[in-house]
Design a protein around this ligand. Structure first.
Ligand SMILES: Nc1ncnc2c1ncn2[C@@H]1O[C@H](COP(=O)(O)OP(=O)(O)OP(=O)(O)O)[C@@H](O)[C@H]1O
Ligand SMILES: [Mg+2]
Length: 466
């Protein structure tokens, strides 16, 4: 569970630590450099000051005065003649001063002075030299000395501060990263748990989703997925219940009538009647199974529609010719009105199925002597196909449900008419696979109109699920 936060945390830490360390080191080095430089400058300036005083008053009193001043201070002084022999010096500086002054090449010292000992890390003193020039002639040198112990102490203190600051920032980094990686991973872990619950079939997943970032979007997606799965599961259960219900009734008939029909005492005429009932019921089951198979194919993504440009008027003429006899038998009229010659891209076979189902309904749910109209019209960029009848109509309460699988307004009437309640569900799937839509308007005892809207000029082949 915690693996991802650990990984993220470590990764963050390594990067931030590296950045922090290099920044701290750079800062430390520059700071130390600046400090040391300042010390040298300071010492040199002090030497140059003494030199300036001596240049204007080069006498015994002034010389002693300078030496006396330095014996009080942190620094020491040695004054030499032009050859480098020490004339005056403060405190115990003599042995070191002598050694270093002897090593110094006098000609190399510029008038602004020079650092002659800069090894502050290992030597006890740092030292500078400033020449005294009177009337354009070098008459001697002022050597300044400063103990390195104070510098070292200062640098050590600095180092100490840096280490504390470094440790503090590393500690803060660790704490920050700990909370940061938790903040990122906790929602992830919650989502992982949620999906685990989902895969076990528990759809009661509720994630608290805050914000609009990718994580929040993922959370929302999982929640939607949970809802969809819950709905699908419910639908599947209902669907299976309906199927078994639908099959149970005809099977009961078949079994019952077969039982009667096999009685030897039965009249031949009676037997024929029962057998024909059995045949009808078997036919009904066959249609049911065929429709179910059709719907299952659509669900399984294996159903492709192949669109081809189709002149609608011609297409409806063919359908009209096919259906007309059935309408005539029931003493009904079928009228199709197609003014413009509209060409649309449809899967002809599938669309014929749509029309057959709708006309079958119009025929089934209308009275003798009534008329059914097919109208085709262009409306903006869409093609509208309307099938209107003057039949029994659909009650307003049932209207939103008629496209659901197995939904029938009047169960008993539909069953004797051979209806399974799958016709409109298939119609809807096919129309939607064409990128279109279907809806119904109806008035009880006045008639029903089914309206299909199809986009024109879409030449792409669609998968049913797209
Ligand atoms: N034109 C119509 N007039 C009145 N009611 C209709 C009409 N079309 C559909 N219905 C109602 O909607 C229900 C569902 O229609 P659908 O075509 O899906 O099923 P069916 O006709 O009962 O069975 P199937 O079409 O599978 O043989 C029908 O049972 C009927 O009650
Ligand atoms: Mg039908």
């Amino acid at each position: 569970m915690r693996k991802i936060s650990l990984k993220l945390g470590l990764l963050f830490f390594v990067f931030v630590f590296a950045i922090e360390m290099s920044l701290f080191t750079a800062l430390y080095v520059t700071l130390v450099d600046a400090k040391i430089h300042e010390e040298f400058e300071h010492l040199l300036a002090r030497g140059n000051n003494h030199r300036a005083v001596l240049e204007s008053h080069y006498d015994e009193i002034t010389l002693q005065h300078v030496v006396m001043m330095e014996s009080e201070a942190e620094t020491d002084v040695a004054i030499t003649n032009e050859k480098g022999d020490i004339l005056y010096f403060s405190d115990h500086i003599f042995p070191i001063a002598k050694r270093w002054i002897d090593q110094t090449k006098l000609n190399d010292i510029p008038y602004d002075g020079k650092v002659i000992q800069d090894n502050w890390k290992n030597e006890r003193y740092i030292a500078t030299a400033s020449p005294i020039r009177i009337n354009g002639k070098i008459t001697g040198y002022v050597y300044m000395f400063q103990k390195t112990s104070s510098i070292q102490r200062m640098i050590n203190q600095l180092k100490h501060h840096f280490i504390i600051a470094g440790m503090l920032s590393v500690g803060l980094t660790i704490i920050t990263i700990f909370f940061l990686s938790r903040a990122i991973t906790i929602p992830l872990i919650r989502m992982k748990r949620a999906t685990e619950k989902l895969s076990k079939g528990d759809f009661s997943v509720r994630l608290q989703v805050k914000g609009k970032d990718e994580l929040a979007q993922l959370g929302k997606a999982i929640q939607t997925l949970a809802k969809d799965l819950e709905y699908l599961k419910k639908e599947r259960n209902e669907f299976l219940a309906s199927i078994s219900h639908e099959l149970r009734t005809p099977l009961t008939y078949v079994k019952g009538y077969a039982d009667i029909a096999r009685r030897p005492t039965l009249e031949e005429e009676e037997r024929a009647k029962y057998l024909s009932i059995i045949y009808e019921e078997a036919e009904h089951m066959q249609k049911l199974v065929k429709d179910l198979f059709e719907l299952a194919k659509m669900d399984q993504h294996s159903f492709q529609i192949e669109k081809e440009p189709t002149p609608l008027c011609l297409f409806f003429k063919k359908i009209y010719e096919k259906m007309y006899p059935a309408f005539q038998t029931k003493n009904m009229s079928l009228v199709y009105r197609c003014d413009e010659d509209i060409t649309v891209h449809i899967d002809q076979q599938r669309f014929e199925q749509v029309m057959m189902n709708l006309l079958d309904n119009a025929l089934k749910y209308s009275h003798q002597g009534s008329t059914v109209f097919i109208d085709v019209r262009m409306e903006k960029k869409n093609v509208m196909i309307m099938i209107s009848d003057e039949g029994i109509g659909i009650p307003e309460a049932d209207l939103p449900h008629i496209f659901e699988r197995f939904y029938r307004v009047d169960k008993s009437r539909s069953r004797t008419g051979g209806g399974t309640g799958l016709g409109l569900a298939i119609v809807k799937e096919i129309v939607e696979a064409h990128g279109g839509s279907i809806y119904a308007t109806s008035q009880c005892r006045k008639g029903t109109t089914m309206i299909i809207t199809l986009p024109k000029g879409d030449e792409h082949v669609h998968d049913i699920t797209s």
